[in-house]
Write a protein that binds this ligand. Structure first.
Ligand SMILES: Nc1nc2c(ncn2[C@@H]2O[C@H](COP(=O)(O)OP(=O)(O)OP(=O)(O)O)[C@@H](O)[C@H]2O)c(=O)[nH]1
Ligand SMILES: [Mg+2]
Length: 444
């Protein structure tokens, strides 16, 4: 597998569709166009109607448009061609097969087009991640975040910090070259001030409650409570379909049942869980273990209590309630004459048979999610690897403040700049590239 190979792949989905796009990138693009489409000396950025043929038999497979982009003015920075053909399995399979018969051409790996774009300096690594997030965006807020990242907002922020560190380093290095000279006091003070300013900005960026990562992965809401409280009924009513089974038997739900919701553009993963109790049955015990685990990792818990038992409230469920919990008393039709104190947003009464009270539950979730995840001026970090590298950068900056000698201070600043380089891809460790691009689809 070499970076010199010419790669090709279907860039659109492998489903029956009006048009399918096959992309080719590398030195062999012109050869491929001449062999497969009889298209010699292709004109850059121009679409030409061609017959696409099997290079072995000469049989015409399909007719379509061939586009040519001349290096370096292409997505990958190499010569690129796109064949816009009919999106049938037969056409696509035949064309991919005939391309693989051309010497020097091979099928692309996951994300290999974008990886080449990064290697050829067309985009940085965070923008490449933005491309992948944009492809995977299910909601509008995810799309906006991905687009900002793809357009380079995160790269600009990080490169800005890196340039400031490099500037400090340059000043220090000037003095290291003249070891007999002490660093003048004003340079020392200025560099301490700038390092503290950088540290403040980086720490603020890190202390974002994982907003960008949650928006990317989905906001997790767990429905918990005693058996038969009506958790599954509540979920079904909230998502307006029959997802989990509902029954009057206590202990119906065992596994975690997840349903994806797009709430005003925010991605929410709503999870129904097994009812909490002392279970004897092994399967139920496992289900409860999973329920507790999900409750612990969820961004928000909906604690459902059985209104038929009110004012008694399940003790185990109560013990799991914290500031990230909305208490719901379900079966409000069976509460009777008890006067429930609902105070503002503290408790919501619902009836999962009629749907009464569920608008208030949805409104509560929407407000929480949008308060927690709304994008601000600065782009949010979206990947754990950004967090790790920035933490490393901040640690190096803190060390540099305490370093007893100029050369040690400079070394720490060098490490701080390097940590940021890992995020943007200036320091391309193969391992990092592999981690980033294995998440991509083939053809991108
Ligand atoms: N009267 C009344 N019955 C309800 C209400 N919500 C659910 N039920 C009934 O309560 C029973 C239990 O409902 P489920 O939704 O299966 O309860 P669950 O909490 O998921 O139970 P487990 O899966 O066993 O933990 C079913 O017979 C529902 O029809 C409600 O608001 N009012
Ligand atoms: Mg259930």
């Amino acid at each position: 597998m070499s970076a010199d190979d010419t790669i090709f792949a279907l860039s659109t989905g492998f489903v029956k569709s009006g048009i399918g796009v096959i992309r080719i990138s590398g030195k062999g693009v012109k050869l491929a166009l001449s062999l497969v489409c009889d298209y010699e000396n292709p004109t850059p950025n121009y679409a030409k109607l061609c017959s696409v043929k099997d290079i072995k038999t000469g049989e015409i497979i399909d007719q379509g448009l061939a586009l040519y982009f001349c290096a370096p003015k292409s997505y990958t920075g190499e010569d690129v061609a796109e064949l816009h053909i009919h999106g049938s399995r037969a056409v696509i399979t035949n064309i991919l097969e005939t391309l693989s018969n051309i010497e020097g051409l091979r099928p692309a790996e996951r994300g290999e087009f974008t990886k080449r774009a990064v290697i050829n300096g067309k985009m940085d690594l965070t923008s490449a991640e933005g491309v992948n997030d944009l492809i995977n965006a299910q909601t509008d807020e995810q799309r906006k975040q991905a687009l900002r990242q793809m357009s380079g907002e995160l790269a600009d922020l990080y490169e800005g910090w890196q340039n400031r560190i490099k500037r400090l380093l340059a000043h220090l290095e000037a003095y290291i070259d003249f070891p007999e000279e002490d660093i003048p006091q004003d340079l020392e003070t200025a560099s301490t001030g700038e390092i503290n300013a950088l540290l403040k900005e980086i720490k603020e960026h890190l202390a974002d409650n994982h907003k960008g990562e949650i928006l990317r992965q989905g906001y997790s809401v767990a429905i918990i409570g005693a058996p038969n409280a009506g958790k599954s009924s509540l979920l079904n009513k909230l998502v307006k379909r029959d997802a989990p089974i509902v029954s009057s038997l206590a202990g119906t739900t065992r596994d975690i049942i997840e349903v994806f919701l797009d709430l005003d553009g925010f991605p929410v993963i709503l999870a129904d869980t097994a009812g909490l109790r002392e279970a004897k049955d092994m399967v139920e015990q496992e289900g409860i273990k999973r329920a507790l685990k999900r409750a612990a990792s969820a961004n928000l818990k909906l604690a459902v209590f059985d209104g038929a038992k009110y004012p008694e409230m399940d003790a185990e469920t109560l013990s799991l309630c914290d500031k990230n919990t909305l208490k719901i008393i379900n079966k409000s039709d069976l509460i009777g004459n008890h006067n429930v104190i609902t105070k503002e947003n503290d408790v919501i009464l619902t009836n999962s048979l009629t749907g009464k009270g569920l608008d208030a539950v949805l409104a509560f979730i929407k407000k929480r999610v949008s308060d927690e995840l709304s994008l601000r001026e600065n782009p949010a970090l979206t990947q754990i690897r950004h967090r790790e590298a920035l933490t490393e950068c901040a640690a190096a900056l803190s060390r540099s403040l305490k370093a007893p000698q100029t050369d040690l201070k400079a070394e720490d600043l060098r490490l701080a700049a390097r940590a940021i380089g890992k995020i943007t891809g200036q320091i391309t460790v193969d391992e990092v590239l592999d981690i980033v691009f294995k998440e991509f689809c083939i053809g991108k």
